[in-house]
Design a protein around this ligand. Structure first.
Ligand code: PRP
Length: 185
């Protein structure tokens, strides 16, 4: 871990959750999801790109049958998203009609991204539609969302690592960390 920090330590403020902590929480979420979906098959819709780590680890912690698909949307700023100008960059490969869909996110902030995704998915008539997110950051929530599974609720801070980026970097860190304030200024 110290070697990985060598390239990042100029911009990293502090570790928020280390790899073991994340792993333990993912196992708990996987167990809860497996209990809730007993007897059903889950169709996971992971939102690219931030969810890559959490979806890879979460599906290994789920014991009921699982299939996985990916969706990607444009990352305009909050103002543009609020005005509805979210754009689908990559649609799902498969139909979700009649399936038990679990959307997997890395972080929910304003809720605008997921709100758009949920609208899009609901129109395709899944049998059920639930949300799992590794991080819930409610400080700037603009749209209330029925989040079923939350890994960690965090304060308003810029988090990188374990899939989350700053200008496309740091997704490869195996832990979650905050960036130094002067990096973001
Ligand atoms: C992040 C995250 C969510 C969204 C949450 O994606 O993965 O999709 O922001 O923010 P919101 O609740 O305010 O809409 P980002 O746009 O950073 O793209 P990425 O997943 O490719 O890093």
């Amino acid at each position: 871990m110290s070697k990985r920090l060598t390239f990042a330590d100029r911009e990293i403020d502090r570790t928020l959750f280390d790899a073991d902590h994340i792993h333990r929480r993912i196992l708990e979420l996987g167990a809860a999801i497996s209990r809730d979906y007993e007897g059903r098959e889950i169709h996971i819709v992971a939102v690219l790109k931030g969810s890559i780590m959490v979806v890879a680890d979460l599906i290994r912690a789920i014991t009921v049958p699982v299939s996985v698909d990916f969706i990607a949307i444009s990352s305009y700023g909050p103002e543009a998203r609020q005005s509805g100008s979210v754009r689908l960059l990559k649609d799902l490969d498969e139909s979700i009609e009649g399936r038990h869909v679990l959307v997997v996110e890395d972080v929910i902030d304003t809720g605008l991204t997921l709100s758009y995704i949920l609208r899009t998915l609901r129109a395709r008539r899944p049998a059920s539609l639930e949300i799992a997110t590794l991080l819930d950051k409610p400080a700037h929530r603009l749209i209330d969302l029925p989040i079923r599974y939350v890994g960690f609720t965090i304060p308003d801070c810029f988090v990188v690592g374990y899939g989350l980026d700053y200008q496309q970097r740091y997704r490869n860190l195996p832990f979650l960390a905050t960036l130094r304030g002067d990096v973001l200024a």
